[in-house]
Design a protein around this ligand. Structure first.
Ligand SMILES: [Zn+2]
Length: 287
């Protein structure tokens, strides 16, 4: 019975902690205690030593939300298969919310490992936002590896890790930090760093880029066609990036955010041994 040690909290005694985008969130001391306990029983427990004080400072708040929240935050956040948990980092409030659903069907049971990994995932977003220059230098090689891999597959090219990093750095600065990134800029970026080593003809290159930009457009407009033919290919490239660069099978995760938000790549591999030391030292700077 694996579920015996998992977190279950009764929805009784909940206090409102206000609303995010008009939707109410609730927490309780019991929920906070259970959340800490779940985190401590996960394999990433040692990653964040001061979790209690971060909860105290409301950097992270474990809470219950309403079902409608799950739809709203689906794009920018990690959603696991059963959709029983969802955490998100809001750059607007600079806070992390960890939602534990309390509807009757799921019984509010959340596996400890999921609490651990999801919490670390969101703290890496927090770190990327609050320590941008540290983030981009610390994970330069991983970002370079990932983006060179993805675009080499997509555009049949031989982009170096160094140029892959230049792509990641540009996306981080203009897509993730400033939100000024345009489709045209993405096309120019790829033409600069990928076209020189691509074996595609001019027409093939142009058509592939157009298809890719369409796929991202559909994704950010919540259009499920981004996961169907002919666009599925682009999702597959981002998924393969995880597999070939880090040996990670992402399962059901939708991988289009990575096209614009580089921190998502590091968040998604944050539980892997290959970045353990770096993630722990990044987490130490959060206080
Ligand atoms: Zn994320």
């Amino acid at each position: 019975m694996e579920k015996i040690n998992e977190v279950w909290v009764s929805p009784i005694g909940l206090k409102s902690i206000g609303t995010i985008n008009g939707m109410p969130l609730y927490t309780s001391d019991k929920l906070k205690a259970k959340f800490v306990q779940g985190f401590r029983e996960s394999t990433v427990s040692s990653y964040i030593e001061n979790l209690e004080s971060l909860i105290e400072q409301e950097v992270i708040t474990p809470c219950f939300g309403t079902k409608s929240l799950f739809r709203y935050f689906i794009i920018r956040n990690l959603v696991k298969g059963g959709m029983t948990t969802l955490a998100f980092y809001s750059p607007k409030t600079n806070k992390i919310y960890f939602l534990m659903d309390n509807n009757a069907t799921s019984l509010g049971i959340v596996p400890n490992q999921e609490i651990g990994e999801t919490t670390v995932h969101e703290f890496v977003h927090y770190f990327a936002e609050n320590n941008s220059s540290k983030f981009i230098t610390m994970f330069a090689h991983k970002l370079g590896l990932y983006y060179s891999c993805v675009f080499n597959i997509m555009l049949n090219a031989r982009v170096s890790v160094k140029d892959g990093y230049e792509i990641g750095k540009y996306l981080f600065k203009n897509g993730e930090k400033n939100s000024t990134l345009t489709f045209e800029e993405i096309a120019i970026l790829l033409r600069k760093y990928v076209k020189p080593t691509s074996t595609l003809t001019e027409d093939e290159f142009k058509n592939t880029i157009n298809g890719f930009l369409n796929a991202i457009y559909l994704f950010f407009n919540d259009d499920p066609r981004c996961l169907r033919k002919p666009y599925y290919f682009f999702h597959w490239c981002f998924e393969q990036g995880f597999k070939r660069s880090f040996g990670l099978n992402v399962g059901w995760k939708i991988c289009y955010q990575e096209a614009v938000f580089p921190s998502e790549i590091i968040c998604s591999i944050s539980h892997l041994p290959l970045v353990r030391t770096k993630i722990i030292s990044a987490m130490k700077t959060i206080d």
